[in-house]
Design a protein around this ligand. Structure first.
Ligand code: ADP
Ligand code: MG
Length: 474
């Protein structure tokens, strides 16, 4: 069902009618697209995808159907504010929400072959088949990130070329391979593509992709459980080890020690190691000299932020995959307006798709502007997040950022760090800088801690959710 066939300007109350006649599926699709960007993947999958729909819209009252009573309660309590905020923004009116349980929601979803509710960038071409899928899983390699969907330009061509060489001829000339570059330039994508391509060629080989944070956590757990031998075994038998974001082990003594041994052992056995880092490792002041030397002892490839041409090429390719018909001058407009992170480009494209679908119109300059506007609005500054948390806990911002160890200050501070990480996607270093230049490992610890508390303590989950929705709604 499309928007009213009558032209909108001839209607006395255009917005209300627009709202009534709006395609429910499209509208909910837009809401889901935004929720997907705002929530963690797991939360989104658990509560929204395929489990919710708009059942009815009348006089600005939107009835949201939920697949089960439990689902309904959860969404009503935690996400009502966020959903309303998105609906108000995309419809331009002050909506009211009602929630109900409807078994139709699920069956609707099951009978539809291609789910249309949520847009996401479809990344992978073909099903790898069950056996390969299994080795991907063991290696923590995703089928979505491949060389074939990695678009090459000037800024990343060296990294791409040596990445391919490593996948084709592991432990050859480039061992270790270290790629470095800023946020969202494709480091993780490249490491994953190396893992994927390597496994396709060597299905029986052992590969492992791991972030240095997970490596650290694994190690700490192994020490606690007195299972260091198992920990060692896990790494020393690998043919390919991909470690993402090695900057996080800087400053952690025992992790560096362990990593040094793992590295040496694999290297001595002629096994391939690939590392990524968010900067030139020589700039990591807390990284042991001997590790620095190891890291840059093979091949080092820098990935620069994408230039305009590459941004355009990426947007074109992703638009095509999304099935969006968007004229080249408009692609250019997006590419010019948006910055250096490819993740940001993807987000913008999803928003353009949502806006276009919602208004059921061709993508034009207006659509692009609205979408970019939404994107910028969605980004909260660190200062806004800090203010919000401080006022929630009735603390001065200075205390929140300060060094007091008293419990009533430490918890809000940890929550603030967690929210900065989740809501504004800041790096651990950037966050640490906001808190009197604390060590970034304190931030990692705090974020992990709050994440655990949110999972295990409903009261804390509620506080965090309240803060989150406050931050996104203002
Ligand atoms: P980083 O790890 O450097 O922060 P990612 O690898 O996570 O960045 O990339 C961010 C997003 O941009 C991912 O969705 C990734 O697939 C996409 N991306 C990055 N570089 C490219 C590229 N050259 N071609 C296509 N997509 C890319
Ligand atoms: Mg990454």
């Amino acid at each position: 069902m499309a928007i009213a066939s009558k032209p909108v300007h001839s209607i006395s109350c255009p917005i209300a009618l627009f709202m009534m006649d709006l395609d429910k599926v499209s509208l909910w699709g837009s809401v889901l697209t935004e929720l997907q960007l705002a929530l963690s993947g797991a939360n989104f999958q658990t509560w929204f995808r395929g489990k919710t729909a708009i059942l009815n819209i009348e006089n600005g009252v939107v009835e949201v159907g939920c697949a089960s009573a439990y689902n309904k309660i959860w969404i009503e309590e935690r996400y009502q504010g966020t959903i309303k905020e998105i609906l108000d923004r995309v419809t331009g009116i002050n909506t009211a929400l009602t929630f109900s349980v409807s078994s139709q929601v699920q069956t609707q979803e099951k009978t539809r072959k291609k789910p249309k509710e949520a847009l996401s960038v479809p990344l992978f071409e073909e099903d790898p088949g069950p056996s390969l899928q299994k080795s991907f899983k063991v290696a923590a390699v995703s089928q979505h990130y491949s060389f074939s969907n990695f678009i090459v330009g000037q800024s990343n061509q060296l990294a791409y070329a040596v990445g391919k060489a490593v996948a084709d001829y592991p432990a050859g000339r480039y061992n270790p391979l270290l790629v470095y570059g800023g946020v969202g330039v494709g480091k993780t994508h490249l490491l994953q593509a190396i893992g994927q391509s390597f496994l396709i060629r060597n299905p029986d080989a052992k590969a492992l992709y791991i972030s240095s944070e997970t490596f650290t956590n694994d190690m700490v757990e192994a020490i606690q459980k007195k299972q260091t031998i198992i920990f060692r075994e896990k790494y020393r038998n690998l043919d390919l080890l991909l470690v993402d974001d090695v900057q996080f082990i800087a400053g952690r003594e025992s992790t560096q020690e362990q990593f040094f041994h793992t590295f040496n052992e694999l290297h001595a056995k002629s096994k391939q190691i690939v590392l990524s880092c968010d900067r030139d490792p020589s700039e990591l002041s807390n990284l042991e000299e001997r590790l620095k030397n190891r890291f840059v002892g093979g091949m080092v490839a820098k990935i620069d932020p994408p230039d305009l041409e590459l941004r355009e090429a990426i947007l074109l390719a992703k638009a095509k995959r999304l099935g969006l018909s968007i004229e080249f001058p408009l692609i250019k407009l997006l590419a010019v307006q948006l910055g250096s992170s490819i993740r940001e480009l993807e987000g913008a494209l999803l928003r353009v798709a949502a806006v276009a679908r919602l208004t059921n119109t061709k993508i034009d300059r207006e659509t692009i502007k609205t979408a970019i506007g939404l994107q910028k609005q969605g980004k909260k500054t660190a200062a806004q997040v800090l203010e919000r948390v401080a006022s929630y806990f009735s603390l001065p911002v200075a205390v929140l950022k300060g060094t007091s160890r008293s419990r009533e200050h430490v918890f809000p501070r940890q929550v603030a760090m967690y929210l900065l990480r989740k809501a504004s996607n800041k790096s651990f270093y950037e966050i640490a800088r906001r808190f009197n230049d604390k060590d970034h490992t304190t931030v990692i610890y705090s974020v992990n801690k709050v994440e655990n508390m949110v999972e295990n303590d409903t009261e804390i989950a509620r506080i965090v959710e309240e803060l989150k929705s406050g931050i996104f709604n203002n």
